[in-house]
Design a binder for this molecule. Structure first.
Ligand code: IVH
Length: 416
């Protein structure tokens, strides 16, 4: 989530001097590693997703132009955060199969290139794709043995995650026992843990009332809730889960992603049923545009769509790179949130005489639009969110909706 890009540039100078690509590479690796730590370990992001994506891309490009500076420790080669988390440690769980990330397609052209590559690699004229939501939560792996939930873990660095079994046992939607004929003795289900927007707002109101820092967004609230040492705390948080993958699909005698979803549903895992199968890029983008319009009506946050090859055999044939599978791509919506500073509060007088407090902000670009003001709704809202002048705040703008302040980043409070 975002900070004014111009501010970030002070920390990370944008001009990469041609002679010293290594300086810029080092700088980018540091900034990205720190951002990963804030996001994955502390559940408190300090730069926006879109800013992160753009710095990440710059690093990928610089590294591929300068292969002599390759490092296996670069954030482009690793996942998540390796830095220790303050105070909290969980036991480790090794994933049987690595938990990967997704490559983004930023434009129709990039998607078409992905499609063409798949056609060529598979030697077919047309690929069939499975289109589903990209949930903005955190990945979770569930291990079942003889039908019983044995272990649950976060993604971690992709190879080793945190053991959050006790906390996951408090999530009612996740089956503790699965009885479905044909499932192997041991299998893993993967999906996303979320918190619904209304529950997130309620949770933040409670936290402010209790004098605790509020969460920046539902994703961080979900991550913070799942990664509690005391599972009694997790039990009080309304966490949801959507399953989207299962291991050993070939043992299950299924051939497609669609059948995989059906099996998950039959096995009583919560699944998101608004998925489709589509082949033509223009139809895929039409579905994506529709999804973006539907987005604000969903009870939980999604940040785009995931497009997967529908054929599981084709997925297996294409395989994966170090961080991402070759058979899937993420299409992200235009960013809807950014971080900036609250400079002051003015009062707007409406036609009927109603008074509305308005946040005067340090200009921030969100999804291609410069935002300088946001509504604060009313004094109650300001009190509930504990918004103070000088605070770093999370601003949200989506579609035609008036920009609003979502939350305050308390860790950035200077006290002045
Ligand atoms: S598939 C192997 N499907 O997005 C590819 N992931 O940015 C990754 N995510 O780590 C798993 N919605 O935590 C998949 N429908 C979906 C997803 C999804 C959200 C998350 C997942 C992944 C991250 C990558």
């Amino acid at each position: 989530m975002g900070k004014d890009p111009s501010k970030l540039n002070k920390k990370v100078s944008k001009k990469s001097s041609k002679n010293e690509p290594m300086d810029r590479i080092t700088e980018l690796r540091q900034v990205i590693s720190q951002a990963n730590h804030d996001y994955y370990s502390l559940d408190a992001p300090t730069i926006s997703d879109s800013e992160f994506d753009s710095l990440f891309r710059e690093l990928v490009n610089l590294e591929s132009e300068n292969p002599e500076f390759f490092s296996k420790d670069s954030p482009t080669q690793t996942l998540g955060s390796k830095l220790p988390r303050d105070n909290i440690t969980f036991s480790e769980v090794e994933h049987r199969e690595p938990m990967l990330s997704l490559q983004n397609a930023l434009s129709i052209d990039e998607f078409i290139a992905f499609d063409k590559r798949n056609q060529k690699a598979l030697g077919i004229e047309q690929c069939e794709y499975f289109l589903e939501y990209k949930f903005d939560g955190l990945g979770l792996e569930l291990v079942y043995e003889n039908g019983d939930l044995l272990e649950a873990s976060t993604r971690g660095d992709g190879k080793v995650g945190e053991n959050v079994t006790n906390n996951v046992l408090t999530i009612k939607e996740i089956p503790r026992r699965v009885e479905l004929k044909g499932l192997p003795e041991r299998f893993e289900v993967r999906g996303e843990v979320l918190i619904e927007i209304a529950d997130f707002e309620k949770l933040n109101r409670q936290r402010v009332a209790d004098g605790e820092p509020s969460f920046a967004n539902p994703r961080n609230a979900a991550a913070g809730s799942l990664r509690q040492l005391d599972s009694k705390v997790t039990a009080q948080r309304p966490l949801s889960f959507f399953a989207y993958a299962i291991s050993s699909p070939f043992d299950l005698k299924i051939a497609t992603q669609v059948e995989l979803m059906e099996i998950l549903g039959k096995a009583t895992f919560p699944i998101q049923k608004d998925y489709v199968v589509q082949s033509k890029p223009e139809k895929i983008f039409k579905w994506f545009d529709n999804l973006e319009m539907k987005r604000s009506q969903l009870p939980y946050e999604i940040d785009g769509a995931v497009i997967k090859l529908n054929s599981l055999a084709a997925q297996a044939e294409l395989g994966s790179r170090s961080r991402t599978p070759r058979w899937a791509v993420a299409l992200k919506f235009a960013p809807s949130e950014g971080f900036t500073k609250l400079l002051g509060i003015s009062v707007q007088v409406g036609r009927t005489g109603t008074l509305t407090p308005v946040a005067e902000l340090e200009a921030v670009e969100i999804g291609g639009v410069t935002v300088k003001r946001a509504t604060l709704h009313n004094q109650d809202e300001i009190d509930r969110k504990d918004i103070r002048i000088g605070d770093t705040v999370v601003v949200r703008r989506q579609g035609d909706v008036i920009p609003a302040i979502v939350s305050v980043v308390e860790s950035k409070r200077t006290g002045s």
